[in-house]
Design a protein around this ligand. Structure first.
Ligand SMILES: Cc1ncc(COP(=O)(O)O)c(C=O)c1O
Length: 392
């Protein structure tokens, strides 16, 4: 049997490799504490689950859903965007529910990339942007995100001949993996750049609700003209701890939304309706869970940053997102350093190069392990660091 080239060329999905390493250690009876994947440990708020359970008993919800979602869900999304960001959306033309935002992020490449076209993609970045571009036969042009530029791509440095061949510009703020944030000024530049080169902007924004010290990340769609050129992907995964329920949305430009809807409707049959009702409950219900979760993440962030600095890593506390992006000491690659932490301290972190070559020199830690696990992991890191120091 011969698999297609696109499957042959596929690097193994980063977290699958990490899960394998964890399983190997566990099978040897060794304890492993994971700061790997960004999957909230705190359960979905009870009111949302109660609604899900009620709706699961309604026979109408046992049937195929529509790809484009329940009208009431689309309205709830539009109302949430207006309340949260002051962005007005037409629920019928500018809102598309997704089976988790990853689904839409993966599929949109097929709507705008033909073989030979370019997608402008940040590096480091969530790997799905470049993999889906490759699946669609396109090429990725990587825009470096570095500490010097605040982990924002320098659009002026994209060569004009590349920009002219490009069809899509990917952005993601608050950013995974760097934890960087972008302001309205940066989004304005992105809109102007997209208009100049006729690009579709895909802003991936699942972390706007995970922010600290009162910071409120903006939506790309707040910028005048953004809707002319782009869509924003959002998700209930991180805002309401709903990663397991798979529900998100693409909102913004009607033509882009329509292209994605047409593509999707040929492949999937939408989100189970009981889950859509649970999502309505999340968006319309009591929002206090967001602040409660952020207070927990902020405490974890501060504890982890303190210990990482003691261990000798370079860290700026993130203003938003679920991630700490830590600069490692000289003399190691990020993969070597991550392996050293796993073998020496039993702690799993993600090597920065898992997100692209400009991730070299960094590791990523997520804030989504339980408090007791984090305490134990930090103790292991400190003990390991002391043992290293005593050997010198
Ligand atoms: C930057 C980014 N975009 C999208 C997603 C996908 O989120 P979901 O499919 O759960 O909505 C993730 C998940 O970790 C992410 O980090």
């Amino acid at each position: 049997m011969k698999v297609s080239k696109r499957i042959e060329e596929l690097p193994p999905y980063l977290f699958v490799r990490i899960s394998q390493k964890i399983a190997e250690r566990k099978s040897r009876g060794e304890k492993v504490i994971s700061f790997g994947i960004g999957d909230p440990d705190i359960p979905t708020p009870d009111g949302i689950i109660q609604r899900l359970c009620r709706e699961a008993k309604v026979p109408a919800n046992h049937r195929y859903p529509e790809t484009y979602g329940l009208p009431e869900f689309r309205r709830a999304i539009a109302q949430w965007y207006e309340r949260r960001f002051g962005v007005v959306l037409d629920p019928d033309k500018e809102v598309l529910p997704l089976i988790g935002s990853k689904e839409g992020i993966g599929h949109i490449a097929f709507c705008f990339i033909d073989p030979g076209d370019i997608a402008l993609i940040p590096d480091p970045a969530y790997p799905v942007y470049s993999v889906s571009t490759m699946f669609a036969g396109g090429e990725a042009y990587f825009m470096p995100l570095t500490e010097d530029n605040g982990f924002l791509p320098d659009l002026e440095r994209v060569p004009p001949e590349v920009a002219r061949r490009a069809k899509v510009l990917w952005l993601n703020y608050p950013n995974n993996p760097t934890g960087a944030v972008a302001g309205i000024d940066f989004f304005k530049k992105a809109v102007a750049f997209a208009k100049k080169y006729d690009l579709v902007v895909c802003h991936d924004a699942p972390y706007t609700e995970v922010a600290f010290e009162g910071y409120r990340p903006p939506s790309f769609l707040e910028v005048p003209g953004a809707k002319d050129v782009g869509v924003e992907f959002h998700s209930l995964s991180k805002s309401y701890n709903m990663t397991g329920w798979r529900v998100g949305m693409a909102v913004g430009n009607a033509q882009i939304r329509d292209a994605l809807m047409r593509f999707k409707s040929n492949l999937d049959s939408g989100i189970p309706q009981a889950i859509q009702y649970a999502a309505i409950e999340a968006l319309r219900g009591d929002q206090s869970c967001i602040e409660e979760h952020n207070a927990i993440y902020q405490r974890r962030r501060d504890r982890i940053v303190k210990v990482l600095r003691e261990v000798g890593l370079r860290v700026t506390p993130p203003k938003a997102s679920l991630y700490i992006w830590a600069g490692i000491p000289d003399g190691y690659t990020s993969a070597e350093y991550a392996t050293k932490l796993l073998d020496g301290a039993g702690v799993v972190v993600t090597p920065g190069t898992g997100y692209g070559k400009y991730g070299e020199g960094y590791i990523r830690l997520s804030l989504t392990a339980a408090d007791s696990e984090i305490d134990e992991g930090l103790e292991c890191l400190l003990a390991w660091s002391r043992s290293q120091a005593s050997r010198k």
